[in-house]
Design a protein. Structure first.
Length: 217
């Protein structure tokens, strides 16, 4: 289903988000103070505007309240990031997602009403570190402070064991939520499903346990 987004701030993160949403067929309004950053979207975005998003009258004139989701991708200018987020919430945009520079910035954004705060630089650094330090990791997703999701090649210690046996073996600190065998994927596998060599596993669990699994072969 086509959705409506406004992306404010067209640095690397904002441009990437906008381009991906457009490639998926969504309606996207892009805004930046710098015309050189707006230009690449003139022929692809639903609407591309050079404007100062900290000006409430500009946001109202552009009909921002009619957009379902707003992504505030202003990185270095914390004051502008906070002000734009606050204005979007006051205008009553349904969902406001804001990029944070650091934890302090993120806490301030949460306090003024950001529905979601993202840390692209930090998250990318963590993912890269996990990949570089792992023996079998395919993908690593941060889920919360305590839990992550990883996609790994089945470690030797898992082969010929059932999904239920693995859960019990780890005292239910992890759960196999999908198994990929060749071209087939078993979503929510049966507790008796056996893990085979070369299976790809999608696992949700405690960070400390998953970190250990990443080191196994």
């Amino acid at each position: 289903m086509k959705k409506q987004f406004v992306v404010i701030g067209l640095g690397r993160f904002g441009s990437s988000v906008a381009s991906t949403l457009l490639s998926q067929g969504h309606e996207v309004l892009v805004i930046d103070r710098d015309m050189s950053k707006v230009d690449p979207f003139m022929s692809t975005a639903t609407l591309a505007v050079q404007a100062d998003a900290t000006d409430e009258s500009v946001l109202k004139e552009l009909g921002i309240r009619n957009y379902e989701h707003a992504i505030v991708a202003i990185g270095e200018d914390i004051h502008s990031s906070l002000l734009v987020t606050l204005l979007l919430k006051e205008i009553k945009v349904n969902t406001v997602i804001t990029k944070a520079k650091d934890d302090r910035h993120g806490k301030m954004l949460s306090k003024i009403g950001a529905d979601r705060v993202v840390y692209p630089e930090r998250d990318m650094g963590e993912r890269l570190a996990h990949h570089l330090g792992s023996n079998n990791l395919i993908e690593h997703i941060r889920l919360s402070r305590e839990y992550d999701i990883i996609e790994i090649t089945a470690p030797k210690t898992f082969v010929n064991k059932s999904v239920d046996a693995l859960s019990k073996m780890t005292k239910k600190k992890m759960t196999v939520i999908a198994i990929k065998k060749g071209d087939g994927v078993d979503i929510s596998p049966h507790p008796d499903s056996k893990i085979e060599q070369h299976d790809i596993l999608l696992i949700v669990g405690e960070k400390s346990l998953l970190s250990k699994l990443e080191q196994e072969t």
